[in-house]
Write a protein that binds this ligand. Structure first.
Ligand code: F6P
Length: 360
């Protein structure tokens, strides 16, 4: 029998296009298949704490172009390792997955559509194995999910980063400086590579290609020799510093995230070359704002496909884009490996051909 009621949640870090997916899922489920849709608040937290709202056409109207997620999200609470707080501090972790599943039963959610990155897909996979049917939709600005050619959110993040590089270009040129732009991407270099090529960077440093400080300085010097008195360097937050390794910063809460390599490189370059160097960390700007048309379209395609998968009983699977077709792949396959830039691949080769250095 066709499902009558589904839940939808957004998990992990947000990205532009989440609302476009929520809208597509809701509209398709209601208008095409006559289902009821329940929005689960704040990712898996809402599933554990039973915080849910009905989603009708009213809730999803006017949200296509809006960044963020009307449902809220979190990248902390995992039902299988749920933080126990005392005085605002995490003191322990508990397995509350049974509570999450019980809430699905209570709310009669026959399938839960999970819109998330690899962390959320791992959780979705485990819940599915415990008997709660799920369908996945891949999102992340990092574009690091193996099973799909691209995730929505990536295009907008690249656009934001490219605009920033364009702006930094003119000031770099005026002041004859080295400008470093640190971009997100976790342990893969997709955002750095795409925005670096699009923004005409001179040097791109990514986790997949080990670099040396000599390599970086060599490129800056080569440019000087031909009269180019400024350089633009784009570095991925997960790039590996030749002496200090992967760089993290720690928040007051104790949470560690990637970040800080730009600042470190800035000091290295200024010391080694004597050229004034400035660093811009784009940070969460890359996750915010209006989704690009490409992301809105991809998000809509994923949303519609997810509901079709629900109807066809294709649960335990994730919608993905392959050769411009939206397909369904087992979530287990989608989370089997992280998608990395191929150091020998076409894009890196073409970037090198137009003179971009990878600092190697
Ligand atoms: O996965 C998306 C992402 O923005 C990464 O690029 C980045 O490393 C991380 O999330 C930042 O996480 P937080 O939102 O916890 O600062």
């Amino acid at each position: 029998m066709a499902p009558k009621r589904i839940g939808v949640l957004t998990g992990g870090g947000d990205c532009p296009g989440l609302n476009a997916v929520i809208r597509a899922v809701t509209k398709t489920a209601i208008f095409r298949y006559g289902m009821e849709v329940v929005g689960i608040m704040d990712g898996f937290t809402g599933l554990v704490e039973d915080r849910m709202i009905p989603l009708t056409e009213k809730e999803v109207s006017g949200i296509l172009h809006r960044g963020g997620t009307i449902l809220g999200t979190t990248n902390r609470e995992n039902p299988f390792r749920y933080p126990v707080y005392e005085d605002g501090k995490i003191v322990d972790y508990a397995d509350l997955s049974h509570q999450a599943i019980e809430n699905c039963r209570k709310r009669e959610l026959e399938v839960v559509v999970v819109i998330g990155g690899d962390g959320s897909m791992h959780i979705a996979h485990e819940l599915h194995q415990m008997g709660q049917p799920v369908v996945g939709i891949p999102k992340t600005i990092d574009n690091d999910l193996m099973a799909t050619d691209v995730t929505f959110g990536f295009d907008t993040a690249v656009q934001t980063a490219t605009e920033a590089i364009d702006k930094l270009h003119t000031t770099a040129e005026s002041h004859h400086r080295v400008m470093i732009v640190e971009v997100m991407g976790r342990n893969s270099g997709w955002i750095a590579l795409y925005s670096g090529i699009a923004g005409g960077a001179d040097i791109i440093l990514i986790p997949e290609i080990p670099f040396t400080l000599d390599g970086v300085v060599k490129k800056i010097r080569q440019r000087e020799e031909v009269g180019k008195r400024f350089s633009i360097l784009v570095v991925a937050e997960g790039a590996v510093h030749p002496e200090k390794g992967v760089i993290y910063k720690e928040y007051a809460s104790g949470k560690k995230v990637l970040g800080g390599i730009g600042e470190l490189l800035g000091r290295d370059i200024e010391t080694l070359t004597g050229i004034e160097t400035r660093v811009t960390v784009l940070g969460h700007l890359q996750r915010g704002g209006t989704p690009s048309p490409a992301d809105r379209i991809l998000a809509t395609r994923f949303g519609v496909k997810a509901v079709e998968m629900v109807m066809e009983g294709e649960t335990g699977k994730m919608a993905c884009l392959r050769h411009d077709r939206i397909e369904a792949v087992p979530i287990s396959e989608a989370i089997s490996a992280q998608k990395k830039v191929d150091p020998e691949g076409e894009l890196v080769r073409f970037a090198r051909a137009v003179g971009i250095s990878f600092g190697d």
